[in-house]
Design a protein around this ligand. Structure first.
Ligand code: IPD
Ligand code: CA
Ligand code: CA
Length: 271
């Protein structure tokens, strides 16, 4: 019989599986080549993305055979328990391909539509970010918190760019308006690690247009549990392609107004 969806147990399973997938990523790192492209010629997938997702799904199914899945590389199964796992088997695939140390395995557990546990594991640095709903967030078991920076002009801001040229044209316009208003910009190459960076004070804010649920599900919970905000710019429930904001608590309103204005949107009414 399938066990009850206890968020702490789901989080522990996610952590164990993410660590195992991390070992796979590190073993296969040296010889990895792209095997396919997706939304554009520079949106690559490697055999390790697929192997990592297959491993994660297999391990979770061994423990919880009736759960559902949504994975970037195609996992898509309905849930018979109310639990759905949202997986990005490598966030930062381009970094992985170039052996740059900013890539991570992302696993989130969603129960009846709410993310209740999340893990983002960077095996290169052996950094494991984790959170359970209502229990705070940790990095390698140590509690983490967002920065207290409240001045937009002093905020270190992360962002990311689309794989498609048209998306990048819009992003370049928005970036040209944002860059004058903040301390500086960083582009790490992993949306999940960017959100975790805000969660532990390595960035103050982050935004990106065009993210997917698997990029932000686990890391968004980690940031919220670290005392920050992580949500779509619209303030509405997430849909694919939205602009996503991640901020410390102090900068949320100013940053949301900045990104809304730079994107040509009215500031959303919901706070
Ligand atoms: C990408 C990375 C990148 C972000 C893109 C994502 P992937 O994920 O997170 O930093 O800018 O929006 O799609 O393709 O490496 O899993
Ligand atoms: Ca991703
Ligand atoms: Ca990915």
């Amino acid at each position: 019989m399938t066990s009850a969806p206890d968020p702490i147990a789901l989080g522990a399973l996610a952590q164990a599986v993410a660590r195992e997938a991390g070992v796979l990523l590190m073993e296969r790192l040296p010889g990895t080549r792209e095997v396919d492209t997706k939304t554009s010629p520079v949106d690559v997938v490697t055999e390790v993305d697929r192997a990592s997702e297959a491993l994660i799904v297999a391990r979770i199914l061994e423990a919880r055979p009736d759960d559902g899945f949504l994975g970037e590389e195609g996992a898509d199964m309905p849930s018979r328990t109310g639990v759905r796992w949202i997986i990005d088997p490598i966030d930062g695939t381009v970094n992985y391909l170039y052996r740059r140390p900013a890539f991570a395995v992302c696993i989130a557990a969603e129960v009846d539509g709410q993310i209740v546990a999340g893990v983002v594991y960077n095996p290169f640095l052996d950094e494991l970010f984790a959170a359970t709903l209502g229990q705070g967030a940790t990095l390698n078991g140590v509690p983490i918190h967002v920065s207290t920076e409240a001045r937009l002009a002093h905020a270190l801001c992360g962002t990311g760019f689309d794989y498609r040229a048209e998306g990048r044209r819009v992003q370049a316009t928005v970036l040209s308006r944002v860059i004058h208003e903040v301390r500086d910009i960083r582009r790490e190459g992993s949306a999940a690690l960017d959100l975790c960076a805000v969660a532990c004070g390595r960035l103050d804010v982050y935004y990106e247009r065009g993210v997917h649920l698997w990029d932000v599900a686990a890391a968004g919970l980690i940031l919220r549990e670290a005392g920050g905000r992580a949500e779509p710019l619209t303030g509405e429930p997430f849909s694919d392609g939205d602009t996503w904001l991640g901020t410390n608590a102090a900068l949320y309103l100013d940053f949301r107004a900045l990104i809304g204005g730079a994107s040509g949107l009215d500031a959303p009414s919901k706070c």
